[in-house]
Design a protein around this ligand. Structure first.
Ligand code: IMP
Ligand code: MG
Length: 179
């Protein structure tokens, strides 16, 4: 099916907001160190920009999980595809995600990282679609709240495409009368 993208949030607005999040996190964690856990692949662009704006000591690690099968709907179960490289025992962890939808991915990861002995865990997401939430989850740092539309760019994909767009866009499926 053919599709096209329209801009939802400009590159400039995204980068300005990431700067603000970095400043807020740096204030909240003054005197501490942070382990950022980036959720691959979508959050990688966001985490790099965020890490550069944080002024307290930062170390990074990566996890990859899957719940989406390549389409736009989650199947409801979360599976670990790539685990942490480093121990997080006793560390202050921030899980960095691209977008929170049902909330299942972050809820699962929060429980998982708590079971690994993190001292504290907070959630940071570039985008949040609260209308879609099915699990109870308090997100600590949110870039933008967005409506229930399928977004791409700034790391986020549709079927592995469009991650490299420097802005956040909405995908429209040509021939779909609802869009
Ligand atoms: P959740 O577990 O339902 O909260 O789903 C979160 C994951 O679904 C994110 O990490 C994304 O990979 C993916 N996702 C949810 N909504 C979108 C979207 O609008 N665009 C791209 N990926 C999305
Ligand atoms: Mg993701």
């Amino acid at each position: 099916m053919a599709e096209h993208i329209t801009e939802m949030i400009s590159e400039q607005k995204v980068e300005q907001r990431i700067r603000e999040l970095g400043e807020q996190i740096s204030r909240d964690y003054a005197g501490k160190e942070i382990r950022l856990v980036c959720i691959l692949k979508g959050a990688s662009f966001f985490m790099c920009e965020l890490a550069k704006r944080i002024t307290v000591p930062v170390s990074i690690d990566f996890m990859q999980v899957s719940s989406y099968g390549g389409a736009t709907e989650s199947c409801g179960t979360v599976r670990i595809r790539h685990d942490l490289d480093e121990s997080i025992e006793g560390l202050d962890v921030i899980i960095v995600e691209d977008i929170v939808d049902s909330g299942r991915t972050l809820a699962f990861l929060g429980d998982f990282l708590r079971s690994k002995g993190a001292k504290s865990i907070r959630y940071c997401t570039l985008l949040d679609k609260p209308e879609r939430r099915v699990v109870d989850l308090k997100v600590d740092y949110t870039g933008f709240v967005v409506p229930d539309e399928f977004v791409v760019g700034y790391g986020m994909d549709y079927d592995q495409k469009y991650r490299n767009l420097p802005y956040i866009g909405v995908i429209h499926f040509d021939g779909d009368k609802a869009k």
